[in-house]
Design a protein around this ligand. Structure first.
Ligand code: ADP
Length: 473
């Protein structure tokens, strides 16, 4: 089959979170299964762009409302990522250093989607399926079906949409509807949810198939989906959960070049100790104490707002018997508090406020526990990386965390789970972690060996997607 993925992120070209990891890995595994897989994404001004060679494959022009824009599509020359990578360049709109966060994000991602549809429309050759990811590409399914310029050629191509995160929906006021290419206005309802254009809702309505990144998340979305719960209930017949995998080549402690000492399950204790020593040295922590880390966006969804209180309480209540390290960026107030706390808890807590791919690898390798108290967690990749690096996940029992971690109190359990995103639950779990580390060394050793051997590679999920595509033909 020939599949084209349309997304705003793809690792290592541009990544802000799990979406980038998935779009960088799933196509590679689909290619390995013998399919022709392509990814098309915006051409941001990233390092990857300048460090690689490109062929110009298409030039075109389109309208964003009354404004004409030119775009070009370039293709990476060497198939470096294991699939065909295409970037769409639109001067003045997509050529920025960051992926998101600009006032004109609506115009940026609308023009990207219009350019992608226009390119696919003009290309003699057509994919067998168009697979879109998250709200930045949510209007493609509508455009290929109901925009007059595209639907003659493209409406028969199946569209599949994956919801990586339903909190963000890309809302666009109706006053900007003139920016869309001319469409069948009888179908306006397919763009709308609660009186605004809602790209996520439109994708769920118009795509042939909808997937979420875990089964539990799909169930939870029917109860709580930032306003779209009724839609998820209504469309449940065409929705299915497919658990994300991880790229086991990028995330492999035995070959990872970003960590201090490579190791596998055989020498996990020795390997992790060396990495922890490196981390403890960099951050002024005690390598003999259990190290509990948090990595992620500092936002309410991840319950990062609980960290300052939960970490201080844990340090007081457990008499400083654990160390804490935070890597993240997000809400400015929270960034400030987590940075300030360094002075108060010097030697017990430290943080790096910002984004660092290499530090994240060292933290997965050198930490003993990885804390994820998320309020919402569609799949969660951090806990899967933690498992691969022999780091015990401490997670709230929700979404993908529920589906991938078993509590150490249960049969063959290898993690620490708690029910609520609350300071109390976190503090209590820190106590369990310290007890495991200090008093239950045999169980702790068994858990690390066991978790490192769990297969979370993309092999089976990549095949599940292929089966879904085939069911649409
Ligand atoms: P989400 O996509 O909701 O942010 P996921 O668990 O699916 O959460 O994926 C998060 C990904 O982003 C992981 O690869 C994680 O290591 C990475 N990540 C998040 N914040 C940072 C950061 N500040 N520095 C480096 N990597 C980060």
């Amino acid at each position: 089959m020939e599949i084209i993925h349309v997304a705003a992120e793809c690792y290592p070209v541009a990544k802000a979170g799990g979406l980038g990891d998935v779009v960088g890995a799933l196509p590679k595994y689909q290619s390995a299964l013998g399919h022709i897989t392509k990814v098309v994404m915006p051409m941001y001004r990233t390092k990857f762009l300048y460090e690689n060679e490109w062929d110009l494959v298409h030039e075109g022009g389109q309208h964003l409302g009354p404004q004409f824009f030119r775009y070009s599509v370039i293709k990476e020359k060497t198939n470096k990522l294991g699939f065909d990578l295409y970037l769409v360049d639109i001067n003045g709109l997509l050529d920025r250093e960051k992926i998101y966060g600009y006032d004109d994000d609506t115009e940026r991602f609308l023009s990207f989607q219009i350019a992608v549809c226009d390119w696919l429309n003009k290309w003699q050759h057509k994919p067998d399926v168009i697979h879109c990811h998250d709200h930045h590409t949510g209007l493609v399914a509508f455009m290929v079906k109901y925009c007059y310029e595209f639907n003659y050629q493209l409406s028969q191509i199946p569209t599949i949409f994956t919801v990586h995160n339903a909190q963000y929906q890309g809302w666009i006021g109706w006053d900007k509807s003139y920016l869309l290419p001319a469409y069948d206005t009888w179908k306006s309802g397919l763009l709308e949810w609660e009186k605004t254009i809602n790209p996520l809702a439109s994708a769920i309505k118009c795509s042939w198939k909808v997937t979420t990144v875990s089964n539990s998340y799909l169930d939870e979305l029917k109860q709580n989906a930032n306003g779209l719960q009724n839609l998820f209930q209504y469309e449940q017949g065409k929705s299915v959960g497919v658990l994300n995998g991880i790229d086991t080549q990028v995330w492999d402690p035995s070959t990872d070049s970003m960590i201090a000492k490579n190791y596998d399950a055989e020498i996990v204790d020795k390997g992790k100790k060396k990495n922890k020593k490196e981390l403890a040295g960099q951050f002024g922590l005690d390598p003999d104490k259990p190290l509990i880390s948090f990595i992620g966006r500092l936002v309410g969804e991840k319950a990062a707002d609980l960290l300052p209180e939960a970490i201080s309480q844990s340090i007081y209540q457990h008499h400083g018997n654990a160390n804490f390290l935070v890597l993240g960026s997000g809400e400015p107030d929270l960034e400030f508090r987590l940075d300030q706390m360094k002075n108060q808890f010097h030697g017990y807590y430290n943080s790096f406020i910002g984004y660092s791919e290499s530090l994240s690898h060292l933290m997965y390798a050198g930490s003993d526990f990885l804390l994820m108290p998320s309020r919402v967690e569609p799949c969660g990749l951090n806990q899967l990386y933690a498992l691969r690096y022999g780091t015990v996940p401490m997670v709230r029992n929700i979404g993908g965390l529920k589906d991938t971690v078993t509590d150490m109190g249960d049969m063959n359990g290898f993690g620490i789970k708690f029910d609520q995103s609350s300071v109390w639950d976190i503090t209590y779990s820190v106590g369990r972690a310290i007890d495991l580390y200090t008093n239950k060394t045999e169980l702790y050793t068994w858990m690390r060996g066991y978790m490192m051997n769990i297969d979370h590679s993309w092999d089976s999920s990549a095949q599940q997607y292929i089966d879904i595509y085939k069911s649409l033909k």
